[in-house]
Write a new protein. Structure first.
Length: 461
């Protein structure tokens, strides 16, 4: 096998530097990539912001370099705040990263050892700093290939008047240049006002610039899932090698980069449930909902009569709790935890459906678990992901975001997903996705081959 030490006994171990964007959905795939590269013989140094800092004790084999950004400790709440936070992180990380990277490169022997930096696609400023210092940079985008095409297409979509959205009536118009997207599925369709639109355009163009300037582009996806979008991305990025190395959580040795404590007792509870009977509910690490939506979601689930496991993140509904009477109404067939070991939950045979916000990691984990999905997207790439789950993978139902939730609609959607012929069809297609993911990461599979190519590429830089 090609490993980082394959050059022979005299060859130095090569070191890969990583810089994740400090949000859970970006941290997880970056650490999965770290695990993968470490298993191939690379030494790993993780640079990280103070915000959402990883716990080095969970990763004793890696070196960690804190890079203090000096921003307020509270994270963003709204979409616009998230865009502002990402851009502010770039600015405030620049000087301390420059200093720490230079110090690392000047340490005796270390400079020769560094093979490359792998940075999140939203950290263009840090990609530029690394290039200034002669460190080749690869870029990891933690969304889908389809979503990256949307990034690339954004200026054209603005020129042709799709964006910014001028009125509610436009939202369902198909985007002919980017099927199966409708206007409402595009990145930025939800960023309200001129300021939000301008910020989103800046974020997307900076990510594309980071990728174009990189020595290689990594996507957490696999060929059988997104063959056409990967091919189009390779055409768009002529000259930049593209590595489809997903699903990363299936290729990497298990490790925890969870910022919240995962409640593992739910796995014992799942062991006692009938096969494919449980609806798993989670809206990821950032999405939020109103107290009224939470109550409608809860009553819809209660009225469906379906067993469920709900990972109800503290703060999801800005302090609102599940409605009075919900626990009594669902006694004996439901479990609520604060944060779950999601990959393992979705791979558990008792889980028969997944109500998700449609974050890319969740969608991939759902596909790898072979479970059909009910998607209630909130922002960012989630609308586009939900569109793919429903219309391309045909392995789920989209409860389109924006509008208020209504318990009757939730109950009906849960029944469609979990029972009857239609649900069985979606489950069958989800299981087919699971088989394809397993084939991609097996010996000789497309993603395994991409990882081999990636290792060789890093060694050649
Ligand atoms: N996750 C988890 N436990 C939970 C809910 C989510 O470990 O109870 C993990 C999940 O496995 C995924 C990540 O958090 O890897 C969420 O990423 P995603 O892209 O789905 O959504 P985001 O949080 O970025 O909106």
């Amino acid at each position: 096998a090609n490993t980082a030490t394959a050059g022979g006994p005299c060859r130095r171990r090569r070191r890969v530097l990583l810089f994740p964007l400090p949000y859970q959905g970006h941290i997880n795939p970056m650490f999965q990539l770290a695990g993968l590269l470490h298993a191939r013989g690379f030494a790993v140094t993780v640079f990280h912001a103070s915000f959402n800092a990883p716990d080095p004790s969970h990763h004793p084999a890696y070196d960690f370099v804190p890079v203090p950004e000096g921003l307020p400790a509270a994270g963003p709440g709204t979409v616009v705040e998230t865009l502002e936070h990402i851009l502010a992180l770039n600015g405030s990380l620049e000087a301390p990263f420059r200093e720490r990277l230079a110090a690392l490169l000047e340490a005796p022997g270390a400079g020769d050892e560094v093979a490359c930096l792998v940075a999140d696609a939203h950290l263009l400023t840090l990609v530029d700093v690394a290039r200034e210092q002669g460190v080749p940079t690869l870029v990891l985008r933690t969304g889908s290939a389809a979503c990256f095409r949307n990034f690339v297409a954004n200026p054209m979509l603005c020129d042709r008047g799709y964006l910014p959205v001028s009125g509610e009536s436009e939202l369902d118009a198909p985007v002919r240049e980017l099927p199966p997207y409708r206007v409402r599925d595009l990145m930025g369709a939800d960023s309200s006002g001129r300021h939000g639109h301008d910020l989103m355009c800046k974020l997307l163009s900076r990510a594309v610039e980071a990728v174009r300037a990189s020595a290689g582009f990594l996507l957490n996806t696999f060929d059988a899932l997104e063959a056409a979008d990967l091919a189009a991305t390779r055409r768009d990025l002529a000259g930049v090698p593209v590595f489809d190395v997903g699903p990363l959580h299936k290729l990497s040795p298990a490790s925890s980069s969870s910022l919240l404590q995962q409640d593992r007792s739910c796995l014992d509870w799942l062991d006692a449930q009938a096969p494919a009977s449980v609806l798993y509910i989670s809206f990821g690490s950032l999405a939020s909902m109103s107290g009224a939506d939470l109550a409608e979601a809860a009553w819809g689930v209660a009225d469906s009569g379906q067993p469920f496991l709900w990972a109800l993140r503290p703060g999801l509904a800005r302090g609102a709790a599940l409605p009075d009477g919900f626990a009594a109404a669902t006694e004996g067939r439901g479990l609520v935890v604060g944060w779950a070991p999601q990959e393992e939950v979705l791979a558990h045979g008792a889980v028969g459906g997944f109500w998700t916000h449609g974050g890319w990691n969740s969608a991939l984990e759902g596909a790898c678990g072979g479970v059909p999905m009910l998607c209630r997207p909130c922002f960012g790439d989630q609308m586009g992901n939900a569109r793919h789950v429903e219309h391309v993978w045909r392995a789920g139902i989209a409860l389109d975001g924006g509008g208020v939730l209504e318990r009757g609609a939730v109950e009906a959607a849960v029944r469609r997903l979990m029972r009857g012929e239609e649900g069985d069809g979606m489950r069958g297609r989800a299981r087919e996705l699971r088989s394809r993911a397993a084939a991609a990461v097996a010996d000789g599979g497309s993603s395994r081959l991409s990882v081999d190519k990636l290792v060789n590429h890093i060694l050649s830089l």
